[in-house]
Design a protein around this ligand. Structure first.
Ligand SMILES: [Mg+2]
Length: 167
């Protein structure tokens, strides 16, 4: 049987980049949009990804998931620099997993075909749009906050969901 396609968001699902950037912005007292953009442009992304760290041993969990799903990483980026750093990072820690880079102005659902495929993401608008095109949305939430989507707090919960009846 062919494995079902599983797309995993990076920021806030695999790596703790969101919390890390909030922390740095707060420390540096950066609040204006223009300054936030400047900050993102100035980041040493490779160092940033490594220092952000995995969320809850995500890398080893993804290795497990890839035995059951056709697993890929689908991640939005602000810049080419960020995209290259993410590709490099995952090439080292998950060499068998494809990383699909999505420029910020393109929807994830327009980058790949969502039909019958799972997207795990922490950003609800990505999930809403995914569902509109026939995809199966799964919300990842560290806090387990309630959502209208199936919600998981641990990537391995994907192994317990009956996706055959979710289409
Ligand atoms: Mg995210």
């Amino acid at each position: 049987m062919q494995k079902r396609k599983l797309y995993l968001d990076c920021d806030g699902v695999i790596l703790d980049t969101i919390n890390k950037s909030y922390r740095v912005l707060k420390e540096k007292n950066i609040t204006k949009d223009s300054e936030i953009n400047k900050y993102y442009q100035s980041i040493d992304w490779k160092e940033f990804l490594i220092s952000s760290g995995e969320i809850d041993n995500s890398i080893s969990k993804i290795k497990t998931l890839s035995n059951y799903f056709d697993t890929k990483i689908l991640t939005h980026v602000h810049s080419e620099k960020e995209g290259n750093a993410k590709k490099e990072y995952f090439k080292e820690v998950l060499p068998d997993i494809e990383v699909i880079i999505v420029p910020k102005n393109i929807e994830k659902r327009d980058m790949v075909d969502p039909d019958g495929s799972i997207l795990v993401d922490d950003f609800p608008p990505n999930l809403e749009k995914w569902e509109e095109k026939g995809g199966i949305p799964v919300k990842f939430s560290n806090s387990g906050k309630k959502s209208t989507f199936i919600t998981i707090t641990n990537l391995l919960e994907l192994l317990e969901i009956d996706f055959e009846n979710k289409e």
